[in-house]
Ligand binder design. Structure first.
Ligand code: TRP
Length: 341
């Protein structure tokens, strides 16, 4: 039996290279070996965007197209929409008794995100909702509904997996052995640096290179990338280790990498030429992705069908899970089981 992988992504916008190199390329590999469920976490996206449902809705389709274009294969992995699995919402309610408010506020991921909200909106009381503070509970429901065994995440998500494990232990201790504790699968490159030299590429950091950026934009963004600040003249030797252009040559696995590195170090490669090479290779990297994306944009009914089928599989599993959970919690009122009691 293949082990089950469960991971999720919020539909908050188009995919950028940070997502691709940090997570999705790993998903594409994992689908070869495991039973994979990849969740479009629209309910989770609503915790931050509940006033803009139209945005989340639009992003679900766009994100799905991006995922398919990068290589998620619907024949190998199940792509499903969180909101369509009502069992996840049910589990969230059941688990909410097993978690204290203090524990949620102590969760480092929640803590960091509350601090960010505070910085953005000022008064914490006005911006931090019950749904937001509770999203680790809902994420535990995602994981356990699908009976995910291995959860590929970045290190910022580890506290959420830990909290899920705690909920599972508590559930089993109180209601009897029902759920399985998931383990995390840490991404080797969880944080992809921005071309601007920031530690992370992110939408909110304004430094993301998106899969759907036009060639002109890609070229512009790469031309503005940060290189070794000590290199002033074209033939100054430089240190590729601190150069974002070299970093991206590595990420897209430039076959010419050794030469790039050598020439940079001995000063025979100017930054402009180096950036131009990166632009050309990035275009090569993006070409098949753009082509697939165009295909799916013109075949939206196919995308719809992929989501429907993935969601159907997810529903099947979650239905089994919720039956077991309700039995353990003695809230199964089907005729037979009531008579048994
Ligand atoms: N919280 C995750 C993120 O923002 C997305 C997510 C939702 C997830 N449900 C999940 C990740 C379940 C792993 C497992 O990146």
């Amino acid at each position: 039996m293949k082990k089950t992988i469960l991971s999720g992504i919020r539909p908050t916008g188009n995919l950028h290279l940070g997502h691709v190199f940090g997570a999705i390329q790993n998903w594409v590999k994992l689908q070869e070996e495991y039973e994979c469920f990849f969740e479009i976490a629209d309910v989770q996206a609503l915790t931050d965007n509940f006033e803009h449902p139209e945005k989340v809705r639009k992003n679900v389709m766009e994100l799905t197209i991006d995922l398919l274009s990068v290589g998620i294969d619907p024949k190998k992995a199940h792509l499903f929409i969180q909101s369509q699995i009502s069992e996840i919402a049910e589990l969230t309610v059941f688990y909410s008794n097993l978690v204290t408010m203090a524990r949620l506020y102590r969760n480092p991921t929640v803590k960091t995100e509350i601090a960010q909200k505070k910085a953005l909106f000022g008064n914490e009381g006005e911006s931090v909702t019950y749904g937001f503070v509770g999203y680790p509970v809902s994420q535990a429901a995602d994981i356990t509904a699908l009976r995910g065994e291995l959860i590929p995440v970045g290190d910022d998500q580890l506290p959420l997996i830990e909290q899920c494990r705690e909920i599972v232990r508590k559930f089993n201790a109180i209601y009897g052995e029902t759920l399985k504790e998931p383990e995390y699968l840490l991404s080797k490159t969880p944080r992809i640096k921005g071309l601007d030299g920031q530690e992370k590429m992110g939408k909110s950091l304004g430094n993301a290179l998106y899969l759907n950026d036009s060639s002109e934009i890609v070229s512009q963004k790469i031309m503005n990338a940060i290189t070794d600040p000590q290199k002033i003249k074209k033939d100054d030797p430089a240190n590729p280790e601190i150069c974002m252009v070299y970093y991206y040559h590595q990420l897209i696995q430039n076959p010419n990498l050794k030469t790039v590195c050598q020439e940079c170090k001995n000063g025979t490669r100017g930054c402009v030429a180096c950036k131009k090479e990166l632009i050309a290779r990035m275009e090569e990297f993006l070409a098949p992705i753009r082509e697939k994306s165009r295909y799916y944009e013109n075949h939206l009914e196919e995308v719809q069908k992929i989501l429907e089928e993935g969601t159907k599989e997810a529903k099947k599993r979650s239905t089994e899970t919720i039956q077991q959970v309700k039995k353990s919690m003695m809230i199964d009122y089907e005729k037979d089981s009531t008579q048994e009691r």
